[in-house]
Design a binder for this molecule. Sequence first.
Ligand code: SAH
Length: 248
Amino acid sequence: MDIPRIFNITESAHRIHNPITPEKLATLGAALRLESGDRVLDLGSGSGEMLCTWARDHGITGIGIDMSQLFTEQAKLRAVELGVADQVTFIHDDAAGYVSDEKVSVAACVGATWIAGGVAGSIKLLAQSVRSGGIILIGEPYWRRLPPTEDVAKGCLANSISDFLMLPELLASFNHLGYDVVEMVLADQDGWDRYEAAKWLTMRRWLEDNPDDEYARDVRATLTSEPERYATYTREYLGWGVFALMPR
Ligand code: SAH
């Protein structure tokens, strides 16, 4: 079981697989007022940076589930590197339908809400793991500027304009689901650059090391076109944020 190989190639050097920076991840941890011993569940935990740094900085314990074998291995190594291997557990698995045995203080799905069929489905799934008074964390894109045409949405690698909402609408949608939005940390264009531009050097180095790989032609085409596509579309139109929710 694994995610499509292209992500394991282009994001192999990423610690954070989203436009949030290490600084903003730390801001988020502080904003949530985490306490030592709090349990955190992370569905689609990637390379584990959120759980590992929060374990180091706030003394939380955590479980992360991710379908990428590579990212899960990297998460385990990061836990050892930060001295928190006894606090966090990373499981290589499909997180669809995952509910924790013990209730958690924070249940998160950061930039992977398709795992449960979208934002509403993810909230419903996470709600089954969170303790009363706990927090659900959702990381999700929104339109920073509304695409004027469907082609512009496709340029952002969305299927259609309807894939995402504007920020006020996204916040209203949480409200309509019966949740208070109690905190949020938003990415900015510099954060998008860290996520997207970091793929380019990784692709370039991968191409040099794997010229005869069956993916080399695709990766070459992507590297050639990606900076311009990103600057024209994603960087201009897409926002991204992590939203902290509590049921009313
Ligand atoms: N939350 C992490 C990773 C976000 S990228 C971070 O912010 O860094 C999306 C992640 O979802 C990837 O790590 C990918 O491997 C994982 N993923 C995709 N489908 C999944 C599934 N069905 N179950 C668990 N993880 C999945």
